[in-house]
Design a protein around this ligand. Sequence first.
Ligand SMILES: O=c1ccn([C@@H]2O[C@H](COP(=O)(O)OP(=O)(O)O[C@H]3OC[C@@H](O)[C@H](O)[C@H]3O)[C@@H](O)[C@H]2O)c(=O)[nH]1
Length: 395
Amino acid sequence: MMDIVLISCGKNLLMSQYFLSLSVCLIIFLRNRSIQENGDVKIEQKIDEVSFGKSLRFVFTLMVLKSHFSQKYPPVKFLSEKDRKRILITGGAGFVGSHLTDKLMMDGHELTVVDNFFTGRKRNVEHWIGHENFELINHDVVEPLYIEVDQIYHLASPASPPNYMYNPIKTLKTNTIGTLNMLGLAKRVGARLLLASTSEVYGDPEVHPQNEDYWGHVNPIGPRACYDEGKRVAETMCYAYMKQEGVEVRVARIFNTFGSRMHMNDGRVVSNFILQALQGEPLTVSLFFFFFFFCSDLVNGLVLLMNSNISSPVNLVMSRSQIQFLSEAQDDPQRRRPDIRKAKMMLGWEPVVPLEEGLNKTIQYFSRELEHQANNQYIPKPKAARMKKGRPRHN
Ligand SMILES: O=c1ccn([C@@H]2O[C@H](COP(=O)(O)OP(=O)(O)O[C@H]3OC[C@@H](O)[C@H](O)[C@H]3O)[C@@H](O)[C@H]2O)c(=O)[nH]1
């Protein structure tokens, strides 16, 4: 006997209409049934195919609606009005931004994610869409934005060489005009702004390890300058707004990060390796020292920094896991070795996710993505690693 479970749809008129239609169709459907001698229920051969098809369509619609209306969100803490903050994350649909979104949502804050989806994806934050604490706005930070917020995490910027070199002028505009706009917003509403800066501000460093006092060694007219110098001037703007306008700023210099939702195809070392391994291709190996850290560690560091009283730049990196790749041609090692003593001392922060665990999670994510892409007839190829002359990809 077929069980029909009708779920109370409460006040929702749309749902009520669907249930009504469904009930009518089910009545038509059930009228066309006959009872066999042994008492089992069987669908008669002469069943009206049109009614049956309609019934199925309605059942399907019902299932879609049911899954839509009963969507479950990840657990969210309750925060009192006093503790709950209105937070803007620019670039919140990107790799780092979406993990930050998850953390702050789960911590119970109200979030507005602003993204122009240049490299970010709705899919990265879709599990929050519809939640009362969450809003997603398709907006380019190069245009002014007028909203009321308490904190701004400013992450909007292409972050990998193929992406930021794709349109260097736009990269510059995003990091300069975009940052000015966000600082202007921070000034207007009295919000604190955290800039996601980068280890690229150190350029090709002549000093090892690099602590926050090192001024860097950047080629101002090289192909990477749109990003490196863009972030440097973004930092300059932060401190100009701090000194001149009293805006509270925080600056995180982010080193290599990896994890789920990172782009599979943008030439980062970790993504290249995992992709090549999963697709059975030869691994591209060169000589570099890398310090990696997992996205959840970074996100915790960003939140700690935002809520600290440290206004000077802070390196956020992993110090424990280190991978050395050796090339056949023993070129000069291009190194970047972070000094994170300041983050440890002043924020009490240090990365906790072991490299192996982070890699496992990332590999699982990549496998799922490859499966998804294969189903959609698209197989990404890792970009050839730019190893000999260039520098490795950093954030
Ligand atoms: O003009 C732009 C360009 C980019 N973006 C968005 O900014 C986000 C950048 O995220 P990506 O996934 O590409 O890169 P990541 O998350 O690794 O970058 C992050 O860490 C390094 C920092 O330098 C970056 O600023 C920060 O976003 C994307 O969602 C992208 O769509 C904008 O909103 N506007």
